[in-house]
Design a protein around this ligand. Sequence first.
Ligand code: PLP
Length: 945
Amino acid sequence: MSSHKKNFVSTSMQTLSKKYFNIGQYRLDIWNNLKLIAPNFKGSKQPSTEEQAYIFELLDRLDVIERYWAYPGKKAIDSLKLMLSRQEFNSFGLALSNIFKALTSESYRLNPVSAKANLNNILEEGSIEKYDANKHYFEVMVVDSISEEQENNLVDRFEEVQNTNDKFIYNVLIVQSVQDALIALLFNPNLQCGLIRQDIPLYSTNNLDTISSFLGSIPKFESFVVESHDTGPILGEMLKNFRPEIDLFYITNTSISQIKTNTLGLFRRIFYRQEDIQELHLSILRGIRERYHTPFFNALRQYSQKPTGVFHAMPISRGNSVFKSNWIKSLGDFYGRNIFLAETSATTGGLDSLLQPTGSIKEAQQYAARAFGSKETFFVTNGTSTSNKIVLQALIRPGDVVLVDRDCHKSHHYGLVMMGAKAVYLDSYPIIDYSMYGAVPLADIKEKLYEFKEAGRLSSVKMLILTNCTFDGMVYNVERVMEEILAIKPDMVFLWDEAWFGFARFTPVYRQRTAMYNADKLSKKYKSPEYKEYYEARLIAEEGKTLNIPNPEEVKIRVYSTQSTHKTLTAFRQGSMIHVYDEEFKRKTEDAFHEAYMTHTSTSPNYQIVASLDIGRRQVELEGYEMVEKGIEMAMNLREKITIHPLLNKYFEVLTIAQFIPETYRSSGLSVYFDAEEGWSQMGEAWEKDEFVLDPTKITLYIGKTGIDGDTFKREFLMDKFGIQVNKTTRNTVLFMTNIGTTRSSVTYLVSVLLKVAEQIEEKTRSFNPAEMKLHEASIQSLTQNLPPLPNFSYFHAAFRSHWDTSEGNIRDAYFYAYEEEYCEYLKIEECEKAMEEEREIVSTNFVTPYPPGFPILVPGQVMTREIIDFMKALDVKEIHSYRPELGFRVFKEMALEKLGYKSHPPKPKVKEGEEEDSQENEPVKIDKVIVSNGNGQKIKTKNN
Ligand SMILES: Cc1ncc(COP(=O)(O)O)c(C=O)c1O
């Protein structure tokens, strides 16, 4: 027997967790190892005793694992073992090959016959090939402690009531305990619903030792669970928390009047033991059909099949202007007929109106709300750029103060201009070595709020905008942020920009960091009698002091999330959603929201985008868990391959959590996802408690050691030569992302491309003459050591501020003031430097946004600082929006600021304890010199009067 086989069998637990990130690949590898040995036994050739022992060992491993899958399941393992013990080696080989083919090609999902892995089917030659692409396969989990005979009986009864012509086919998996049910749900993405019996044992009798390294995210049982006799509802709650989309049914003997209300809310339906299987079967299918149903996509398909005459605009509708054309038929050839048949502006025939939905679009949005856990969801056909502006307009009035991370997407900055909001910019901590920003520490956000509180103007603060997760994968502790902010300001509105995080709801570790999940969690928490009691007790204990937890009588959950569905899930470009969980929505915001929606939405919305949002929702409700987990697994594979390959890790480095997140924000201590020595780390604890975590699907590759800058690497090496697209680079990094569409082969392709690039660099450097080598070393030096400092937000000029004790600025005033051409001038960098030496405050008229990093280094009304100049000088990017190097920065002339009466209005210093406060907040302050902080810990001198 080969050493490979020996090694596989002797793989210890510790090695397993090093080798496999999750159980799926381990399971397939065992099947694969079996499959490799099986062809040896065809005909008269018999396996040696050693080979038989090896096969039994592998089957024993599968015996533990397959208990959590209905296909092929434990029964198939029993059958294989039986064949082996009867020395039926030919049958064994055939059965194994059939199962392996069905599993790896996933054909069992499309084949109602082969999906039943009983002895006859797995032995039927060719049975695997007979599949029907219109079938949808899933598995139903029954949690019940029953005998083997009862199990067989139950499976048979479910089989009897199923109709093989139905497009939904399922197998039944029976597990015996709460622990097994949780493991099954973790391992098996085919599970779409669970039938839970009343009293089930807590602990598994399966030998979990061999799979323990994959069980990290299974919750430990709290003592109240261990002591409870009512395990059914407890399990129901745990399963719902784990995968909220699945349908749960409860099978009990307790009369309905004795069942607790929250148990009733957990389960789709309660059944009594004596009720028949037919009814259960129909309820299961109804649940699946509801998730499968796509109201708008269906309506659009039906509409496209109806004969119509078009007597209004849209010559493209029905393809009329295309297929009859002599010149542009190629458009039709490329897209096919359906897209034109579905192009319409009709709001009749079931198509509904996006601007005022009452039918299929309304229903599709309600389904999306269910899937994404919101109270209301709105489809947007112009991307999250528009979603953000809609939310801002719906909630912000001119003069309201908005706290916003400065490196947020530009749609927020423009939204703030449009709404006339006063912006308080929050600084993310810089990651200077890689020219990137991290995220905004909670302590800094609270500090800003306390400034408003001290100034007696907390009521003017309306909203906090944060990006979760950021482009680079920085993820906030959403629950902690909201709790601690609500303790200071109980009516704060949160806008979480989840443009890159739409997928996060569909796997439990990520879900706990999403806006909608936490809005629901906190809303329920603050309404609970337990929280009210706790709050009262704290009040008494702390003798009426202001508590650092929200007051349940005052707190309001007002949470909005905007997601670019098209970025991380299935939707056409620009398909975006706004999810709302706002307890005040109906009372305070609904009308304004609809006006805002009308303001920004085209009266000719693209129906293809709406239909794709509808069907994208179907996908996540039925296979979101599976696909998101796959995407994460692919990312982990990529991390592993680059880390362990000697040539790759000579030039490339996948940045670790520790390189992104300073230790102080990582109480779990987790610093890497994969380490060549230690293998995989469990991410559960860090995602539960750390202030920031890194989304592993965003893989930042450090390329400084190649001597090639990020932009050149992206264009010349990845795109032009190998057709690999990435959308973000910094001077010395390239960002790769995996998503629900990433395949194993695309990961392999990327790795092979990186290898080719590394080989090219090796070859090139070998042939360098000394002068070339010097140049090469200089570029490495510049990319790895001479990195430009990252400036923080400086401050708004006096002319665009109304107060000195808080830092908000009115960017709209500055933005529109700059429409007066005679008030503006251009200053080149050297001119700026000279003017600053003369102590002039240079004030930007507009946004200046270098790509990368892609956020404004200057905003209208902001004062230029030395750090900003240094950063601009060190930048080597080609794209800087709203900046023309030949002209320089567009700034306000001094006379323009004087005209506003602000020449002699330098910022008022903060009133120190014991000093008297100036009662006239907006009055000019006659002082000679003033020092304000630039938010970077440094002090900036403003103009002397
Ligand atoms: C954080 C963030 N928000 C919003 C957007 C805008 O999204 P969309 O492209 O859907 O308009 C982007 C785009 O990259 C983004 O990165």
